[in-house]
Design a protein around this ligand. Structure first.
Ligand code: GLA
Length: 352
């Protein structure tokens, strides 16, 4: 696996930004920038061997700097929502930006998706890997603790993009890191993803209120339009009128992964019938947010000059559950000095 570095521009007139092209021996290629740790493109073959770019994004840094709905970015400190932007940790109350109606979303106004990471090409298990690091100072976006974060991207020869996350802190903190890639396995700019067939390894999901904040319940998917225990087209029931889908404007829910322990497990498998592309997601995280691009409105024009319309991409954001700092019965996201937060997710591509 090789990595080529090239200029991608500059942030605030001083911070250089680069684009790293990771290529494996099978013709798979990922282009990743140290601005937001964004996966700019991900090119994988279809069943005829024809390569195609399966993630939404832009060609230039300028387009990202104009603002976008987290296309391909590393999300933190806390992926997903925290109710009212408030939580208490060890008796201390913290207030975060309410940047999603009255709630907090994806780390706040300037989350990890909008910072410039230190980048280094390192020796990994499968050849070169791209290591990104960032120090989020105590109080940044209202969060406690100097949090030192490292994210390593590896593209292996068996066509998997692996993401390894790690973090340490010098004060009690909350951490929930993920990646916000929007996929379209038929190729970015190919229209909606409603024909993609998805299987989620989850017998339960987390119902939400109108603000997409968990009610606290872990509800069985059985008999609902959120049952993906068997492969189903994403669009088959998306407009079924199910209350949860009305609240989400489609799928925008965290699914509780079936797991015995915290080992890396299959979370999802997605098949796109017209190209034969298959994507499997493996993770050690307890949940995965299925988001079907319900807020995409055609205002963002992608790499091939095609506007990204309603539901033109889907995200599978592996994570701890939303609003866990306020839900004592959810797996904890608290990190203490001396502990290391670590999380692994991989997106594996094949064809059928
Ligand atoms: C996550 C949220 C969605 C939406 C997108 C970004 O997936 O769950 O509600 O905010 O981020 O637009």
């Amino acid at each position: 696996m090789t990595i080529v570095k090239q200029d991608f521009g500059c942030v605030d007139g001083e911070k250089p930004v680069h684009l790293y092209t990771l290529k494996n021996s099978n013709g798979c290629e990922a282009r990743i920038t140290n601005y937001g740790g964004i996966v700019v493109s991900l090119t994988v073959p279809d069943r005829t061997g024809k390569p195609g770019d399966v993630v939404l994004g832009f060609n230039t840094l300028e387009e990202y700097l104009k603002g976008h709905p987290y296309f391909g970015a590393i999300i933190g400190r806390y992926g997903n929502r925290i109710a009212q932007g408030k939580f208490t940790l060890d008796g201390v109350a913290y207030t975060l930006a309410a940047n999603n109606n009255e709630n907090h979303l994806h780390g706040g106004l300037k989350g990890f998706d909008k910072v410039v990471w230190q980048a280094e090409i390192v020796e990994g298990q499968d050849g070169d890997a791209l290591a990104l690091s960032y120090l989020s100072k105590d109080g940044e976006e209202g969060y406690p603790g100097n949090l030192s974060v490292k994210v390593v991207y590896t593209l292996s020869d068996d066509n998997q993009l692996r993401i390894d996350y790690a973090a340490t802190t010098d004060k009690p903190a909350v951490v929930n890191l993920t990646n916000h890639a929007y996929f379209n396995l038929a190729g970015e700019g190919s229209g909606d993803i409603l024909g993609h067939e998805i299987m989620l390894n989850a017998n339960r999901f987390i119902p939400v209120n109108a603000g997409l904040i968990p009610t606290g319940e872990l509800r069985p998917v059985k008999g609902t339009s959120l049952d993906f225990t068997k492969p189903v087209a994403i669009g088959a029931r998306i407009d079924s009128g199910d209350e949860q889908l009305r609240l989400g404007r489609g799928y925008d829910h965290c699914f509780v992964l079936n797991r015995e322990d915290s080992s890396v497990t299959l979370a999802a498998r997605v098949y796109e019938p017209t190209t034969g592309r298959v994507m499997e997601v493996y993770t050690d995280q307890p949940g995965v947010q299925l988001y079907t691009g319900n807020f995409l409105d055609g205002s963002k024009v992608g790499k091939r000059g095609i506007a990204y319309g309603y539901r033109n991409g889907f995200c599978l954001e592996t994570q701890h559950f939303p609003d866990s700092p306020n839900k004592a019965h959810f797996p904890t996201t608290v990190l203490r000095p001396g502990q290391t937060y670590s999380s692994h997710t991989s997106y594996r591509f094949s064809v059928r």
